[in-house]
Design a protein around this ligand. Structure first.
Ligand SMILES: Nc1ncnc2c1ncn2[C@@H]1O[C@H](COP(=O)(O)OP(=O)(O)OP(=O)(O)O)[C@@H](O)[C@H]1O
Length: 250
């Protein structure tokens, strides 16, 4: 079995009387895509928040590459190699693709003098940004303003922003949201190739993409993992068919 890069151990989180995360344990291994699926309100965002650092668990632990990160800030986790993309785009529309990616790297660097240096001339930012754009097949759009990109290309930029920080694990929160079949197929192809370099925890409602991409799938319902396995096992699981996929076409 490959090495675990990210490990969640017995995470609990409640909001008042609601148990949004109920004793969740799972891991992300080198070279894989592990998809987390579940119906609306299942607790996926709450779980992602506990991994990323914007939600503090009531109980339980999160480890990245063997190091406990449960009490760390979002920035500390990012510096240690936790990359993420967001459900809602945070790109600066009038700025070029390259500037957006470079600013993402710059935001994590602690040397304040860098803020006085023109971002476009900083090799420390330019090289990793360019590499990340190449990885997402977007280097030809490097100097195009984000506002001129298609929706699918914006999603590729968002993943490039996370990749430019050279993460050891990547959290992708609904990367296919709002994409048409073409954009979704393109991103699926890119992510399939990317997992060999960085393992991906994928939160996604597009089941076609999930079944194509995921090596393992965990199904979250009412804050608990009710099933875990590969695509075939998840499609066959009677609990999943009943509560999530619908009994007729799972
Ligand atoms: N800050 C909060 N305060 C109170 N309740 C919350 C809070 N955040 C989430 N919840 C509740 O926790 C439950 C899980 O929500 P969460 O957003 O994690 O689900 P989700 O699986 O991400 O849903 P979706 O697929 O719709 O994004 C929901 O019932 C939600 O209303």
């Amino acid at each position: 079995m490959s090495e675990s890069v990210l490990s969640l151990q017995n995470l609990h989180k409640h909001f008042g009387a609601l148990q949004a995360t109920n004793d969740v344990s799972m891991d992300l291994r080198q070279g894989e895509i592990h998809a987390l699926i579940g119906p609306n309100g299942a607790g996926k965002s709450t779980l992602i928040g506990q991994i990323a650092g914007n939600i503090r668990p009531d109980k339980g632990s999160v480890y990245l590459a063997g190091q406990e990160i449960t009490g760390m800030s979002i920035a500390q986790r990012a510096r240690l190699g936790l990359g993420r993309s967001f459900q809602v785009s945070s790109l600066a529309e009038p700025l070029s693709v390259m500037r957006n990616v470079m600013m993402g790297i710059q935001a994590l660097q602690s040397h304040s003098f860098r803020f006085w240096k023109p971002v476009a001339h900083d090799q420390h930012l330019l090289e990793p940004a360019y590499q990340a754009l190449e990885r997402m097949q977007l280097s030809h759009r490097a100097w195009t303003p984000v506002c001129e990109l298609s929706h699918g290309e914006r999603r590729q930029v968002e993943v490039a922003c996370a990749l430019a920080l050279k993460p050891s694990a990547l959290l992708l929160d609904e990367p296919m949201a709002g994409l048409g079949p073409e954009g979704s197929a393109k991103l699926t192809e890119l992510l399939e190739a990317l997992k060999r370099e960085v393992p991906i925890l994928l939160i996604e409602h597009d089941m076609e993409a999930v079944f194509r991409l995921a090596d393992r799938i965990s199904v979250l319902v009412s804050g608990s993992v009710i099933a875990h396995g590969d695509s075939h096992a998840i499609k066959q699981d009677p609990r999943v068919r009943e509560v999530y996929l619908g009994d007729s076409d799972a």
